[in-house]
Write a protein that binds this ligand. Structure first.
Ligand code: ZN
Length: 133
């Protein structure tokens, strides 16, 4: 693991965490684009411990019983993110991404087209279609 991995943002933007997803996760700023929200949610999953943020950025009708506690628990060993495409029209946005994880010594991929909506000035994750690679 590279020595700068602590300060480099997990979303692999190439920026440091404080100037990338840390603005939203740690400083409470609001994501201004669907891609920023998507990246910050990936980083939240990758880092663990940000269940409250994940819950706050999830459309309430899609939360389906998840709690800040359950969302804070480490899930998969997320290792990388690739944004395939993004688009935004008014208060609706779509981001297609591949998120990579390590499991049993192999690299897996979660490929999803996510839908986002901006409500009361806040971008929320609504739902997504998972694609089979
Ligand atoms: Zn980031």
């Amino acid at each position: 693991m590279p020595s700068d991995s602590v300060s480099t943002c997990p979303c692999q933007s190439g920026k440091g965490f404080p100037s990338c997803c840390g603005r939203f996760l740690a400083q409470g700023l609001l994501a201004r684009t669907p891609e920023q929200l998507m990246r910050s949610r990936f980083s939240a999953f990758a880092l663990g411990g940000f269940g409250a943020y994940l819950l706050a950025t999830w459309a309430p009708e899609s939360v389906a019983g998840m709690t800040a506690e359950s969302l804070s628990e480490p899930s998969l060993d997320w290792s990388g993110l690739e944004i395939v495409s993004r688009s935004q029209q008014g208060n609706a946005g779509v981001v297609e991404f591949r998120a990579f994880f390590r499991e049993d010594g192999e690299v897996g991929c979660h490929h999803e087209i996510s839908r986002f909506e901006r409500r009361d000035g806040r971008w929320l994750y609504v739902d997504g279609d998972v694609l089979e690679d």
